[in-house]
Design a protein around this ligand. Structure first.
Ligand code: F6P
Length: 415
């Protein structure tokens, strides 16, 4: 007979991915299967919890079809937030309020699916809980397309975004070849200060495609003059040039290239500037200085939620990390994040483990220098060997009337 457990709450935080709801299902199903009484969902993460905006997930997930739909639904079903908790010594009131709300709901287990900012929330809540003798257990479930979380081999969300980027980069390259005329296409890819996602553009280089001509990651300072010279050099050899550029590239003095445009002011609660406009800025500069036809394509939010092209490896692991978090918390763990540990590349074998969240929160894992070529304008074969297993296989969407069908949350006021 299964043991009866206390109540569970789960939230989603930070930027969305194509598979974050698979982790939500992993938490929900594992918790229910292992005896949790009620599994609540926070609407818009900790920010919604502060206003007691929660739902009972069993009112939302009623059938096996709902489970399959939710797994395949992109973006955060419960809604998300970018909300930074103060340091515990700075403001106890907000913690008192959160624990009061959790105690009223008889919560014993708290799960937060997110990236390094979200792990900061788990770290602070678990510290407060221990300091104040609460029995609530706090666990982090990793997620981010940026793949910049420390300690884990990779993060759920990354493989699917990388698969999409590799695929559409191939299509952009094909498109650029259509006219017998010089042209430059600059592709701007997310990932903030880490180049994991931008490096995925190199997947396009394969038997039937020569791949992008250059790839610039934020790990290497960006020299605009050198970049212009390289474009000119490439145009001596070929007409259509395609370059992948990370949204987070910076010039030598530390400024983001997109800041040179002076048109982005938005900064979130964690102090992250919205990065956009890098490709546009560089494309305009090429057009102005050379007269060449240019096109700037910002993949932007398209690359985060392309659930029609998820990696089966990724969506399966997203489910597993949710389940592993529940198992660990039910066994008494707190203040930890689930990590993925790669056992081998070929065959690809990866297992879950848990890791101290204090050693993960707010740390950005960058692409190692040796996985970037010497010239700083492409990734190496080692990078691709690391990435390729993560994009393998597909999970077909459930199609209705020619389009993928999603499960949406009727309680989420923004929907
Ligand atoms: O953290 C994931 C991410 O998609 C980054 O790659 C990107 O810089 C950021 O989120 C954008 O965040 P927002 O959706 O809050 O503008």
């Amino acid at each position: 007979m299964k043991e009866i457990r206390g109540n569970v709450i789960v939230g989603q935080s930070g930027g969305p991915t194509a598979v974050i709801n698979s982790s939500l299902v992993g938490v929900y199903k594992t918790a229910r299967d292992r005896g949790a009484k009620i599994v609540y969902g926070m609407l818009h993460g900790i920010q919604g919890l502060l206003e007691s905006r929660v739902v009972d997930l069993s009112d939302h997930i009623k059938s096996d079809l709902d489970i399959e739909l939710l797994k395949r639904t992109p973006s955060s079903y419960l809604g998300s937030c970018r909300f930074k908790l103060p340091e515990i010594h700075e403001d106890q009131e907000i913690y008192k309020k959160i624990f009061h709300i959790l105690d009223d709901m008889e919560i014993e287990y708290f799960f937060y699916i997110g990236g390094n900012d979200s792990m900061d929330t788990i770290k602070k809540l678990s510290d407060y809980s221990i300091l104040n003798g609460s029995r609530i257990r706090f666990m982090g479930v990793p997620k981010t397309i940026d793949n910049d979380l420390a300690a884990t081999d990779h993060t759920p969300g990354y493989g699917s975004a990388a698969k999409y980027i590799g695929s559409i980069t191939k299509e952009v390259i094909r498109d650029g070849l259509v006219y017998d005329q010089q042209n430059v296409t600059l592709i701007e890819i997310m990932g903030r200060n880490a180049g994991w996602l931008t490096g995925a553009a190199a997947l396009a280089k394969c038997e039937d495609c020569e791949g992008p001509d250059m790839i610039f990651l934020p790990e290497i300072p960006f020299d605009i003059e050198e970049f212009m010279n390289k474009i000119a050099g490439l145009h001596k050899q070929k007409k259509s040039v395609v370059v992948a550029i990370s949204e987070g590239i910076r010039v030598e003095d530390g400024r983001y290239v997109c800041e040179l445009t002076d048109n982005v002011d938005y900064v979130d609660a964690f102090g992250h500037r919205q990065l956009t406009g890098t490709a546009r800025y560089l494309a305009s500069r090429i057009a102005r200085e050379t007269g060449c036809k240019t096109r700037a394509i910002e993949f932007s939010s398209l690359q985060r939620c392309a659930s029609h092209m998820v990696s089966r490896v990724d969506i399966t692991e997203a489910y597993q990390v949710g389940g592993a978090a529940v198992k660990a918390a039910f066994e008494g763990e707190t203040g930890k994040m689930v990590i993925l540990k790669r056992i081998s590349d070929d065959p690809y074998i990866c297992v879950t483990d848990i890791y101290d969240v204090h050693k993960v929160a707010n740390i950005e894992k960058k692409v190692p220098r040796e996985w970037i070529n010497e010239a700083g304008d492409y990734v190496t074969e080692e990078f691709l060997n690391y990435l390729r297993p993560l994009i393998q296989a597909e999970l077909t969407p459930i199609m209705t009337d020619g389009l993928p069908r999603h499960l949406y949350c009727k309680n989420n006021k923004n929907q």
